[in-house]
Design a protein around this ligand. Structure first.
Ligand code: ADQ
Length: 488
C-alpha cells in the first residue's frame, strides 16, 4: 500500500488495555497476535485504529485515548459496549459460536439466536465508529471474525472506501461451516468486502467451497491462490496471505545485551538442563493440556531424560471471565502439579509454569534459552510464536516441534518437526529426537525457517494484501467482459 493512503484498521479490541479506577484510567499495550502483527504496520503508515475499549462508556477513558492519540502517529477511535452487548456479541456469538466452530469444534457451540442479534447490532455500532473517521478516501482494513458483517453495514451507509477483510483464524471445512444457522447471512455480508484474505491455502479453499455450497449463484474466476469471486453485482478478490512478524526488529532485539543476560539467568534457573518451551494465550485450541501430557509421557517412558530437561510453559491470561477458560486454567494447573509432584527431585522441578504476560525482553530471552520450542495447537490460524522463536534464534540453533494444524506449518514445514498434537506419544518421541538433534542439522533447519520468515515478514504481508486489494481497472474490465467460470 502506498503510505500516502489513509489507513483505517478496525478490530474487535483497540491495541491497548484500559484499566479504570474510580478516579483514574491507564492504558497498557495488549498482547495477542493481531496487535503484534499490526502495530508495526500502523506505526509506519499512520492512520487510525477503531476498536472496542473493553469497557462501557466512561468519560475518563475517552479522554485518556485522546491524550494517547495526540502522542502517536496514529489515533485510536473507541467503540464502547454495554455489558449486554458484550455478553451477546463477544462472549456469545464470537466466543461461543464462531471461535469453536471455525476451529473445528462444533460440539462446543451454543447456537443461541440472541447472540446472533447482538452480533449484528454491535457490528452496526462498529460501523458508526468507522463512519466517524472515514471519508478521506483510502482504505479500511477490517480484522477478524468479530466483524464479518461490517462491510454490509458500511456500504448501506454510503461509505465508499475500499473495504478489505483479513481472517486471522482458520476457515472450517464446508461440512462444519454449514452447521451455522446463519451461514448464508454471514457469507453474503463477507461478499460485500472488496478483498478477503486468508492465512493458508486450506482456509481459502474451505471458504470458496462454503460459498459454492451455501450461496447459489456465486461465480469464481481465476486459479491458484488469487481468485475473483462475483456474488450478485459485486466482485471480490480472494487470496492467501500468511501473516508474519517484524523479523528484523525482533532479531535485532534478541541479540541485545539485556536479552542475553536474561537468557543466561533462565538457563541457570533451570540448572543448565535442556529447556523445552511452550508459549500460548490461554485457549483450548492451543493444546496446552495435551502438550503437558506428552511431556509426562516422555518422562514416564524415558527415565534418562529425568533431571536433564525442564519444560517452561508460559500462558498469557485470556478471556478470563468465561467459564470454559476458568476450567481450562484449572486443568492445566492440575496437570503441572501432578507432573511436578510425581517427578521432581532435589534441585530439579520438571515444569516451570508462568500464568502471566511477560515483557518482550523476557519473552525473547525464553526463546533464546530454549533448546526446543514445543508449539502444538490443536488448530491455529497461523501461530506467531513459532515465527518469533525462529526470528530470535540468531545463533541458528534450537528445534521447532510444530503442530501440523497450525497455519505456520504450511511455511515452516521444511525446517520444523511436524506432528499431530493429538498423538501425545508421537509428540513425546519427536521431542526426544529434537533433544538429540545434532548442531549441524539444527543449523540447516533453522536457517531454512529464518530465511522464509525474513523474506515474507509482516510488512510484506501487509503490502501484498493491500496492493492486491486494489485491482487494476483493466483487470476489472477483463473480468466483466469474460464469462465467469467456476473453479475451486
Ligand atoms: P493468537 O491466538 O493470539 O492470535 P498467536 O499467533 O500465537 O495467537 O499470537 C500470540 C502472541 O501473544 C504472540 O505474539 C506472543 O508473543 C504473545 N504471547 C503469548 N504468550 C505470551 C506471554 N506469556 N507473555 C507475553 N506475550 C505472549 C490470532 C490467531 C493466530 C494468528 C494471530 C495473528 O489465533 O492463529 O497467528 O491471530 O493472525
Amino acid at each position: 500500500m502506498s503510505t500516502s493512503d489513509c489507513l483505517i484498521v478496525v478490530s474487535n479490541r483497540l491495541p491497548v488495555t484500559v484499566r479504570t479506577t474510580a478516579s483514574d484510567c491507564s492504558l497498557e499495550w495488549s498482547g495477542g497476535g493481531l496487535v503484534s502483527a499490526l502495530t508495526p504496520v500502523l506505526r509506519e503508515t499512520g492512520g487510525c485504529w477503531v476498536g472496542w475499549t473493553g469497557t462501557d462508556y466512561h468519560e475518563t477513558v475517552a479522554e485518556s485515548l485522546d491524550r494517547w492519540s495526540s502522542q502517536q502517529n496514529y489515533s485510536l477511535e473507541p467503540v464502547f459496549l454495554t455489558p449486554a452487548e458484550e455478553a451477546s456479541y463477544y462472549e456469545g456469538f464470537s466466543n461461543e459460536i464462531i471461535w469453536p466452530l471455525f476451529h473445528g469444534l462444533p460440539s462446543r457451540c451454543q447456537f443461541d439466536s440472541t447472540y446472533w442479534a447482538g452480533y449484528r447490532a454491535v457490528n452496526a455500532k462498529f460501523a458508526d465508529g468507522v463512519e466517524r473517521v472515514a471519508g478521506n478516501g483510502g482504505f479500511i482494513w477490517v480484522h477478524d471474525y468479530h466483524l464479518m458483517m461490517l462491510a454490509e453495514n458500511l456500504r448501506a451507509r454510503g461509505v465508499i472506501e475500499r473495504l478489505a477483510y483479513f481472517h486471522h483464524i482458520p476457515f472450517p471445512a464446508p461440512d462444519t461451516f454449514e452447521t451455522l444457522p446463519w451461514r448464508s447471512e454471514v457469507l453474503r455480508a463477507l461478499m460485500r468486502f472488496d478483498s478477503l484474505g486468508f492465512q493458508t491455502p486450506r482456509d481459502r479453499r474451505n471458504f470458496v467451497e462454503s460459498l459454492h455450497r451455501c450461496l447459489p449463484g456465486v461465480q469464481v474466476s481465476g486459479v491458484g491462490e488469487r481468485l475473483r469471486v462475483r456474488f450478485e453485482d459485486h466482485w471480490s478478490n480472494i487470496g492467501t496471505y500468511p501473516i508474519s512478524i517484524d523479523y528484523s526488529a525482533l532479531s535485532a532485539e534478541a541479540s541485545g545485551p539485556d536479552v542475553t543476560t536474561e537468557a543466561e539467568k533462565i538457563r541457570q534457573g533451570c540448572s543448565g538442563t535442556a529447556i523445552i518451551l511452550g508459549v500460548d494465550r490461554l485457549d483450548y485450541t492451543k493444546g496446552i493440556p495435551e502438550r503437558l501430557i506428552a511431556f509426562q509421557t516422555l518422562l514416564r517412558s524415558d527415565p534418562e531424560v529425568r533431571g536433564r530437561v525442564t519444560m517452561i510453559q508460559l500462558v498469557v491470561p485470556s478471556r478470563e471471565h468465561i467459564q470454559e477458560y476458568i476450567e481450562l486454567r484449572r486443568r492445566i494447573e492440575r496437570l503441572v502439579s501432578n507432573i511436578n509432584g510425581e517427578y521432581s527431585s532435589p534441585g530439579w522441578v520438571p515444569v516451570h509454569y508462568f500464568y502471566r504476560a511477560v515483557s518482550r525482553t523476557e519473552l525473547l530471552a525464553f526463546y533464546r534459552a530454549a533448546q526446543v520450542a514445543l508449539i502444538t495447537p490443536l488448530k491455529d490460524g497461523m501461530n506467531l510464536v513459532a515465527k518469533e522463536f525462529c526470528a530470535s534464534r540468531i545463533d541458528n540453533r534450537g528445534v521447532l516441534v510444530l503442530s501440523e494444524f497450525a497455519g505456520a506449518a504450511a511455511e515452516l514445514r521444511n525446517g520444523a518437526l511436524l506432528v499431530n498434537p493429538h498423538d501425545t506419544e508421537k509428540v513425546a518421541e519427536l521431542v526426544a529426537s529434537a533433544l538429540r538433534m545434532t548442531e549441524s542439522e539444527q543449523r540447516i533447519r533453522m536457517e531454512l525457517m529464518r530465511r522464509q520468515i525474513e523474506s515474507y515478514d509482516v510488512f510484506r504481508w501487509s503490502e501484498s494484501f493491500n496492493i492486491e486489494s486494489k485491482p487494476s481497472p483493466s483487470l476489472i474490465q477483463d473480468l466483466r467482459a469474460a464469462p465467469a467460470h467456476m473453479s475451486h
